[in-house]
Design a protein around this ligand. Structure first.
Ligand SMILES: C[S@@+](CC[C@H](N)C(=O)[O-])C[C@H]1O[C@@H](n2cnc3c(N)ncnc32)[C@H](O)[C@@H]1O
Length: 264
């Protein structure tokens, strides 16, 4: 490999990323995740809420839709649902397409809501600017969804306050669905709160775990989500990752854990 090829491949940015990854193996870096997310609202398109490779984001959204669709389709007309930490509204608007009869409340920081209302507005979506740890509604929800929100709250007391409100706002027989990167391991942890911590928390509140699965084989997610791969090159690798995930164990090896609880 010539010097020029190496210099092109290893830019200062990519070296910085590599060093940061290596540090993450040993050091857990906590920071104020509210400020972090508020700033990210200005990033382009779904890079504000997911990763820089927009094609990778689309592949993830397709799989997310496959997981969520049966739950939203079975709800009765006019059922109230909550999309907590809705970001720029991509999933809220996916929900209205899956079942146009639902009433969708979607909550996030004002900076995200400002983008959501311009980009993914819909008659059934009621956007609310509020922190998850302060959001409480007297009106019970038939379904509450966290698509990457709860795991993003790095302050554990705020996280547990949000989980507490979710368990309180859920209607009897209602469902709480999380597709969230819950991890305790430094390298992958956002909040250091694993899926077993979530399960213990909600079991203590009397919710019953109905599904424990996962999506996005984490080593491939790390490799691909911010990469320059596109088209078939990207898709082939993405699908291989999900195959490996199915072989190795859908929950343990997943970056995003899928947890479904029912309030009985
Ligand atoms: C990974 S993004 C997912 C966004 C969206 N659910 C989606 O799937 O596109 C995490 C989201 O959680 C939001 N979030 C993080 N902490 C929050 C908090 N304390 N209260 C409300 N939203 C929060 C962020 O602003 C961000 O929009």
């Amino acid at each position: 490999m010539s010097y020029v090829t190496v210099a092109k491949k290893y830019t200062p940015e990519s070296v910085k990323r590599l060093v940061a990854r290596f540090r993450k193996l040993f050091i857990y870096h906590n920071y104020d995740s509210s400020q972090y997310w508020k700033k990210r609202a200005a990033d382009p398109d779904q890079a504000a809420v997911l990763w820089t490779n927009q094609e990778y984001n689309s592949l993830y959204r397709q799989d997310q839709q496959t997981i969520l669709e049966p739950y939203f389709k079975q709800l009765v007309p006019q059922a109230s649902v909550l999309d907590i930490g809705c970001g720029i509204g991509v999933v809220a608007s996916m929900i209205t397409r899956m079942n146009p009869t639902l009433k969708v409340d979607a909550v996030d920081f004002p900076e995200m809501i400002a983008v959501a209302t311009t980009k993914n507005a819909g008659v059934q979506i009621n956007y609310i600017a509020c922190e998850a740890e302060n959001y409480y509604s007297e009106q019970p929800y038939s379904l509450i969804l966290s698509s990457g929100c709860y795991s993003a709250i790095r302050d554990i007391s705020k996280l547990e306050q949000s989980l507490h409100y979710a368990s309180e706002m859920l209607a009897t027989n209602g469902l709480l669905i999380m597709i969230d990167p819950f991890h305790r391991w430094n390298y992958l942890a956002r909040a250091k709160y694993g899926s077993q911590d979530v399960i213990n928390y909600f079991s203590g509140k009397g919710l019953v775990l109905e599904k424990k699965s996962g999506i996005l084989f984490w080593p491939f997610r790390e490799w691909l989500a911010n990469s320059d791969y596109t088209g078939e090159h990207l898709k082939k690798r993405y699908l291989l990752g999900e195959k490996l995930l199915a072989l190795l164990g859908k929950h343990f090896w997943a970056d995003y854990k899928v947890l479904v609880f029912r309030k009985i």
